[in-house]
Design a protein around this ligand. Sequence first.
Ligand code: 5GP
Ligand code: MN
Length: 382
Amino acid sequence: MENRRFTTLIFMLAKLHKIQFSVRACSIPHIKASFPYLAPLNFNELMWQLDELKTFLSVPRKILITTHSKPDGDAMGSSLAMYHYLLKKGHEPVVVSPSDYGMYLHWMPGNASVLCLPGDKEKALKFLKEADLIMCLDFNNYQRTEYFSEALRNATAPKMMIDHHLEPEGFDIFRLWNPDACATAELVYNLIEQLGDVNLIDRDIATCIYTGIITDSGSFRYPNVTARVHRIVASLIDAGLQHTEVHTFIFDTFTEKRLRFFGHCIKDKLVVLPQYRAAYISVTREEIKEYEIKTGETEGLVNYPLNISDVVFAALIIDREHIVKLSLRSKGSFPANEFSAKYFEGGGHLNAAGGSYKGKLDDAVALYIKGLEEYKSLLMSM
Ligand code: 5GP
Ligand code: MN
């Protein structure tokens, strides 16, 4: 605990001096349990290494696993994979989701045990108080946990982070971070392997890891899918994964209304802007209501404009209850995350990012087009 307080102090001092920790440099490709910025203080000595984590986990622990708000397939996949693994190791894990999530993920093994805010907030806060360790999966700044962020920030248990997003905020005592990983679920596999427990991966763990990998990698299509990812998946199949079943659960469980909503968006709402090699679909609250679109049911829609050969950047812009939410996707090296951070207080990965806009839907669309104008030369050079 002494170390943790000292670490926090160092982070605060470092922030004051605007020191950037998010440099990608580590000789071991999948274990990044240290800050690359080592001068003037050795952060390595302040953070747990793998051996310290192993020692900590050598006795039964209460472990709270949490992820980002509106969790997607990777967030739930990595969290539930970790849940099943820890359970098998004799720990007492609980997964806390900061919000509800799409029905397309409710089939997952362990789903019934998930504490979901706001309904389960009391139970989640009680467990948070008792927890020996907090595992933060698929996010690296408190803001992404929305309604859970304050409680998480104030929690006293040590936190570890497993993630593949850029620029970690720095709240963790143990870090497994690789922005080149195609999914956090890939890193969960790596950790289990590093802990010497690949033989413990059973059908449930394999199913959850596979869910994370396919949903975050566009079913193996993004450039961050390596030969190793395919080897991991081969070992998951050996462990009992039924991959066809998982694809059916995730991708072939639309309601008729949802499919018609996709049709409506593609036929009537898609705007193609050839002068920017870009496109967008904007969705009003009325349309969400008319087609009875629930949490998670717009998932996948943003990819359709990219089916057009000349479109390299696409946005789905949705008027939500209190905010306009954006999903951004790109082809090649166009930086969707940089665009999102610049105009929509967001971020993410090179080809898949998201953000938000506080204001009217039309104004969000106008800002998107303004951004396209500013990025015009890069878009046209793609
Ligand atoms: P999606 O479009 O599927 O909601 O999000 C795609 C990716 O963008 C996510 O995996 C996440 O990395 C990132 N992302 C989405 N929304 C936000 C946001 O509001 N802030 C940040 N920093 N990243 C986001
Ligand atoms: Mn992810």
